[in-house]
Write a protein that binds this ligand. Structure first.
Ligand code: GAP
Length: 513
């Protein structure tokens, strides 16, 4: 646990020190759960967004994008259920005056039991060596089975109490498990209450004529209300998808874990409209496709798992999370939901407008069913950033900090470094930079010894360093150094573009899907 916390602290300080993420309005001591992306962070975020957009929109003839407004007609949120039911159960500690999400306190309790399972597995793996069969061990070892049963029984009781709105039982569960305030150890809890997560504001000039509106808590509803406009103007035939990336806002009770849970964040969502009855097939298909997208980035298959929901939201007939191993454990990164025809039907009912599709092959109209893929861009940023940050022991006994970002996502693809700041080397370096920058984001650095500059680029995540030296003046060759292997090669300037492209092009990575 302490090791995990140390790693997470390193992630936070590296993100600040290397210009990836700053706290919002830091000079005023910040605003809780709100962050700004800095000069490198904005590039990494853009590259993740592009990688998603290319995979989802550009590579699919039957998926198109939109960019709907953050502010929408307030009835949207009545129809979607957010006004009445977009709540989190909160609980206050009477002694510390700290506020928590009741369900998160229980989930964290279960995560500790899961930690015990991990320890048993690690011990057994060491004992049995190559002969170790993890699946068999976790399904037969008495202690592990007991731990898992305890987790299942706690989570299923909580899910059923929340579904029945039995908040008194959620409090009872917290008391029975002996859960204490993580900061102070106090068990002096208030009752559990529901808290709506939407940020409301007013539209209009005067108090009398103003209307209550909301900052959208998800981008999906902008897609549903535009379903027929896009279908008709794009002459889309079912099955087809509408994709969107954009800001969403939630007044989260638990503001912690850095950019994992923010009050203002960005989503990348796609609603796939299908013929009723085919939704299960498409749900399975999108689960597989989305997992392949994650795996294409090479961040290790062991770091992902599906968590299929047993208790489903009232509008869903299947749902699964893709969980990622963050520095604080496995947590939801993306959701794939089979949302039935709930949203379109609800908007039809509240707007009085038909939102149906006329199927020419079947010669009839119907309300399509929807399979949704929904991923938080900031969460994906944290997954990529935390997974890439490594401390490496080198052969000469020193250590280096290196940010092994997938090349396709790295903010800068190469840095051009003149060996010395004289003898015409900076001029040649700038010529190379000016040529490469038509194709890639390239960095120029001439300050400090070259070894120090390499280390800076390693920590920044730049895949290549290109060094211009005196030989360059004679034969138009440079040294190119690879961030991950630290291998250096002498190559012609004319070859640089192809070498970089082979490593960072979207095609190179997406083809792995
Ligand atoms: N339209 C479906 C929807 O919004 P969700 O599970 O509430 O579903 C989808 O959110 C994704 O959005 C999550 O898997 C997560 O990656 C991201 N997300 C949700 N709340 C977030 C928050 N407060 N901060 C950062 N990302 C968040």
């Amino acid at each position: 646990m302490a090791k995990q916390e140390d790693q997470f602290k390193k992630v936070l300080s590296h993100a600040k020190e290397y210009g990836y993420v700053f706290q919002s309005s830091e000079i005023y001591d910040g605003l809780s759960a709100v962050y700004d992306y800095a000069q490198n962070g904005v590039e990494l975020k853009k590259n993740i967004r592009d990688y998603w957009w290319k995979a989802m929109v550009q590579m699919h003839e039957n998926i198109v994008g939109i960019d709907a407004s953050i502010l929408m007609h307030p009835t949207t949120w009545k129809a979607s259920g957010h006004v009445d039911a977009f709540n989190d159960p909160l609980i206050d500690n009477k002694d510390s005056k700290k506020r928590y999400r009741a369900d998160v306190l229980v989930e964290d309790y279960c995560a500790k039991i899961e930690g015990k399972i991990d320890k048993e597995v690690a011990k057994a793996a060491k004992r049995f060596g190559d002969a170790f069969n993890k699946e068999e061990f976790v399904s037969t070892n008495g202690r592990v089975v007991g731990y898992q049963e305890k987790i299942n029984s706690i989570l299923s009781r909580m899910a059923s109490s929340l579904e029945k709105e039995d908040l008194a039982d959620v409090k009872l569960l917290i008391e029975e498990l002996g859960i204490a305030d993580p900061l102070t150890g106090s068990k002096n809890w208030t009752e559990v209450k529901q808290f709506n997560l939407m940020f409301g504001t007013q539209i209009g000039a005067s108090a009398e004529s103003s209307t209550q509106v909301y900052l959208r808590p998800e981008t999906a509803q902008g897609i549903f209300v535009n379903f027929l406009n896009v279908q008709k103007t794009g002459r889309m035939k079912i099955p087809f998808g509408i994709a969107q990336t954009g800001k969403a806002f939630r007044n989260e009770i638990v503001a912690r874990q850095f950019i994992f849970r923010m009050r203002e964040f960005e989503q990348m969502e796609m609603q796939f409209f299908v013929k009723p009855g085919t939704q299960k097939e498409w749900y399975t298909n999108w689960k597989e496709t989305r997992m392949k997208w994650h795996l294409s980035l090479g961040m290790g298959a062991d770091n992902y798992r599906f968590h299929d929901h047993e208790k489903l939201a009232h509008y869903a007939d299947a749902a699964s999370d893709i969980e990622f191993k963050f520095p604080f454990g496995f947590k939801e990164l993306e959701g794939i939901h089979s949302r039935t025809d709930f949203d379109l039907k609800a908007h039809e009912e509240h707007s009085g407008k038909k939102l149906q599709y006329f199927d020419h092959e079947e010669n009839k109209s119907y309300t399509p069913f929807v399979v949704e893929t929904s991923i938080g861009l900031d969460r994906m940023f944290l997954a990529v950033f935390s997974n890439s940050l490594k401390e490496e022991e080198l052969e000469n006994g020193t250590t280096r900090t290196v940010l092994k970002l997938p090349g396709v996502l790295a903010p800068f693809k190469a840095a051009v470094l003149p060996l010395v700041k004289k003898d015409g080397l900076p001029e040649v370096a700038r010529e190379i930079l000016n040529d490469l920058k038509w194709d890639f984001n390239v960095f120029y650095d001439e300050k400090d010894a070259v070894g120090k500059r390499y280390r800076r680029q390693d920590a920044n995540g730049t895949p290549f360093c290109i060094t211009v030296d005196h030989q360059t003046l004679e034969d138009k060759t440079v040294t190119i150094r690879h961030r991950d292997t630290m291998e250096q090669k002498r190559v012609a300037i004319a070859e640089l573009k192809d070498i970089i492209k082979a490593e960072v092009a979207v095609k190179t990575w997406l083809q792995k899907m």
